[in-house]
Write a protein of this length. Sequence first.
Length: 639
Amino acid sequence: MTQIYATHVHADEKFDADFLFIVAENILKRATQIVDNIVLGTVEVQENLEEKAPKATFSAPLCTLKQLSYEMACQTPGEVIAHRTCTTMLILYKLSSYSWDAKAVMMLAAFAFEYGDFRLLAQLPSSDQLAKLVGILKRAPDISKLSGLQKYKKAIVELNNLIKDTLKVIESMFELEKLSTYDTKDVPELAIAMSHIPIDVYWAIITIIACTTQMCCVTSDGDTTQELTPFAQKINHSLNSLKMHISLCHQQKEQIKAYKQLKKIIRTHTEIMEVLKELIFAKDNLQEIFYGSTKQRVSIEVLRKNNVLLFFSGLDISTDDILILKSIDDGIRTKDQYKILWIPIVEKWTDELKMKFETLQSKMSWYIVQTTEPIVGIRFIKEEWKFENQPILVVMNPQGQVEHTNALHMIRAWGMKAFPFTKKFEEQSLVVKESNWFGDIMVGIDHPNLQEWIKEEKYVFFYGGKDNEWIQQFVRKATSLANNKETNISINFLCLENGKKGENDVRIRGQFWSKIESLFFSAKTYKETEQNTVMREIQKLLSFKNESGWAILSKGSKVVVSDIGTKISKALDDFEKEKGNVRDMGFDTFFKTKLDQGDHPCCSVDIPFIAGNIPNQMKCHHCLRVMETYLSFKCCHIN
């Protein structure tokens, strides 16, 4: 590769490569069709070929073409590829001042110069003495003999097919060259594609040299032919790669067009249907979506005049999120003009991803965009609505105005209580100030008895941590407290430890922390959290994820106390020693008093990275000083 790049001097020698390619392409298309007609017995008519016309003033670089013809003159089929590499490198040096696509075209034209001449002579009538004599020098008459056709039929067909594929490779290079007028910032795939062109040019040239050798073999009536399979494999690889790059470039080109158009449309607030069509569909696509309830495809027009909850995600959607959206979908069926639309964000579809999509789709009762291509508005969704790897839910009204750029946190935390899911409602709502907020967000936790405990206003100890030994000690002490006949307190327990005790435990733990994190992100503003005692409590709960042990004591919908393991353990120890005080002070007050005593150790809060939602700074929930900032990355291999 280094040697190939070194042959290019980037000189600005300009000649009409486009029109030279047109001439070479026309010659080779006609020549290969003649071969198909003679060897394969096809009856295609030359006049039916679609040809582009070169401009009348076009002048072919005849001297250069003759020099190239000389360089790639007949070689012995058995020669090692290194020799052809040497010839190819020599040709690249001769063409050092031409652009990469021009190098390939010059070589193609030089081959067409010989191949076209050869096929032309082969089809002229034998009565034309001049053609006959020139054909003897070119060996053309031999190929027209039936015996020659039978002997070399396989070799001729392989040669003809390889010429066609090489022509397609160079044609693809020109298509990429036309796309190069776009900025690589807008079409990043273009930079990747163009960086591969020198290697594709190298293989096009070395393949053309091999084709020249094969042409000599079948006209010399010898016993050997050139093995073309390695060259065909390389050319097919180049062709497939170029097609892939071109397809991606066109997709990105459409995406930048859609991005600019969407910005304009949303800025003018026209109508939701105009936004959705520009966001999802290419211009030639059938504008239909799938309705999960009826399992039928319907026109996207069914969403006109509706408030639409646009759910954007990859294919790694959790079961919990599907269940949450199912509850929302059931809830909004009683509301007029509210619909959910799932828009999968997949950059490159594979058979495996298509199967995964089908599985997810079968679990959904709402509207779904079915596509095997990336949606055209993917860039807008990423840049304007900050979609990265995590799902988001954009709320849009019938006028195409965005009411919330991500209401998913609010929905995860509150469910239908967050209706109508707008930013205005979130900012004005008093839900995070309500005394029963904890019980509300526990709705949806997959535990058979939790809702009954909350309804009956029973005490519940939620506990967990990284230290299994502390967890065992806590369970022993707390159970002793619950069984104490003197205090006669009924306490239930829900374990949320990090370790696995079964899939249900892992799922409940995931649901719990997802609710707490979602409520944190759904807070009114980060500036207000220092005054809002509920939000300080939520931040405190988030800090427990890094602790060896922790516990939350709730009574019905209310949090009584919460703290880290060491302080909880001390309070439980004191309970055993001061049972009389417990009776006098009351169970709740006793625990609050004990946990307020002593120093509060340093804490840290891990927040999932949600673009656009991370605060610039955060104050400690204990001392209200600004906390130090750290960045951490974690991988958790559990479902």
